[in-house]
Structures are given as structure tokens and as C-alpha cells.
Design a protein around this ligand. Structure first.
Ligand SMILES: *Cc1c(COP(=O)(O)O)cnc(C)c1O
Length: 241
């Protein structure tokens, strides 16, 4: 069931307050954490409702769905900033780089090669985050530090000049055990700090972590961007997909 515009407005306001509180409690500067509205499986109307409440940053998992929805929104003339956050097949990259400003789910060098190839065609640049595997029950992301380093090295050697590395993304395990969630996010933060030192030519400032159920923990652990779907738009209706 999709939330109505009034509920979306209230939820966005509530989330901003909660993000502010979490920033304060963690001793972090006010406004350092961005709110990305994840609208996968929700209709164009819900996105327009969020835009009318001032939301600009959105996230989508699937390129085809994102393309259909956001091309329509573009036609209407609305301003938005779209990130792709779901695992990406090579043949979807062409459309992904057309509509998104950032791909947060880079998890292999092959994908960097394809992003470079597609962006080079139109001489556009795109931001990327490197997704890192930090949770036992998830399969996505670079699995080891070595693999992650190799991908950054690939960029550092100038092999993907249209790709701008901006930081890292991870998902915590789906659990009520807060310690496991903390461990996952802190592993990401420590890994990111290591990579920042090693690859100091890049501005690896973004740490995309935290969803509806765990964003407060993510902010305590240094997140700079939370990706929130359910808490804004309601439950997803997967049968409508
Ligand atoms: C769906 C999704 C989210 C949002 O999840 P909610 O629990 O609905 O907030 C965040 N990140 C990724 C990668 C997702 O696929």
C-alpha cells in the first residue's frame, strides 16, 4: 500500500528530525548525513509527492524500472538526483549511466570497465561508490579487501577516466542483533579509512549505509548517506512488479 502525500510529508519530516538527533547524539556536525529516498516498487506519483515536499535525492534498485519512472518525471520537468543502488548486470549499464548521477553498487572490475565504456561514448562522467560486503548473510559487494583495492587501483591507474570514485556502500545483516549491525557498519568505516589513505588522490568522502531499520546505528558509525524506502513510502508491493 503506497503512502499518501500527507503521510510521505510527515515521514520525511520525522526522518529528518531523527537524522538530526542521531547526528547530535553521535557528536557529528548537523546536516552531515544526506537522506536518499528509495522508491523502488513505488509509483511515479509517490516520487512526485516526495519531490513536492522538497526531496531531490532518490535511489532505485532496478535500471529498467528506474528508467521508465524517471524519464516520465524528467518530462514533467521536475528536478531530481538519482542513484542506482541495486546489483547491476553489464547490459543494464548503458541505461543506468543515462539516468543516474551515481552508481552505488559497483562490485566488480568488469562493471567499472563497462561504465567507462558507456560514459566514454557520450563523454560524460559518473560518480561511483564501491559496494563492500560486510554482512554474513548478504552476497553483494566486493568480498575481500584485496578485491576492493584492485578496483580502486584500476581507477587510480587511469583506466576509467570517466568514473569518479566517491566512496563506499554497504548493507548490514537483517537482524535484530544490534551488535552485528554495529560490527558491519564499523567494518565498512574502517575499510573506507584505509582506502582513503591508500588512494588519497580520490575524494572518497561518501559512506552510504543505513536503511529504514538500522539508519540510527549507521549514523553512529559514520554514515554520510542513509537510503530509506519503507519508512517514507510504506511497504513495497512486490506483486505489482
Ligand atoms: C531497498 C533498499 C533500501 C531501502 O530499504 P528500506 O528497508 O525499505 O528502507 C536501501 N538500500 C538498498 C540497497 C536497497 O535495495
Amino acid at each position: 500500500m503506497d503512502n499518501s502525500k500527507e503521510i510521505i510529508r510527515q515521514q520525511l519530516a520525522l526522518l529528518k528530525q531523527e537524522i538530526n538527533d542521531a547526528e547530535k547524539q553521535s557528536g557529528r556536525p548537523q546536516g552531515c548525513v544526506k537522506l536518499q529516498a528509495v522508491c523502488k516498487f513505488h509509483p511515479v506519483q509517490s516520487v512526485l509527492d516526495a519531490i513536492s515536499c522538497g526531496q531531490i535525492l532518490f535511489g532505485e534498485n532496478r535500471v529498467q524500472e528506474a528508467k521508465e519512472k524517471f524519464e516520465e518525471i524528467e518530462k514533467i520537468g521536475c528536478n531530481f538526483d538519482l542513484h542506482i543502488i541495486g546489483s547491476l548486470q553489464r547490459n543494464k549499464v548503458k541505461n543506468a549511466v543515462k539516468i543516474a548521477s551515481c552508481i552505488e553498487s559497483v562490485d566488480r572490475i568488469e562493471l567499472l570497465e563497462e561504465i567507462e565504456k558507456q560514459c566514454a561514448k557520450t563523454d560524460r562522467q559518473i560518480q561511483v561508490l564501491f559496494e563492500f560486503h560486510t554482512a554474513e548473510d548478504s552476497k553483494s559487494g566486493f568480498q575481500t579487501l584485496e578485491e576492493l583495492e584492485k578496483a580502486l587501483l584500476f581507477c587510480a591507474e587511469g583506466k576509467a577516466p570517466h568514473v569518479i570514485p566517491k566512496g563506499f556502500m554497504t548493507m548490514a545483516p537483517f537482524t535484530t542483533d544490534e551488535k552485528l549491525i554495529h560490527d558491519s557498519f564499523s567494518t565498512m568505516r574502517e575499510t573506507a579509512e584505509k582506502m582513503k589513505k591508500e588512494f588519497s588522490n580520490f575524494d572518497l568522502c561518501e559512506l552510504s549505509m543505513g536503511m529504514s531499520g538500522d539508519f540510527k546505528i549507521a549514523i553512529q558509525e559514520g554514515s554520510t548517506q542513509v537510503r530509506i524506502g519503507t519508512a517514507i513510502f510504506g511497504n513495497r508491493d512486490y506483486q505489482n512488479a
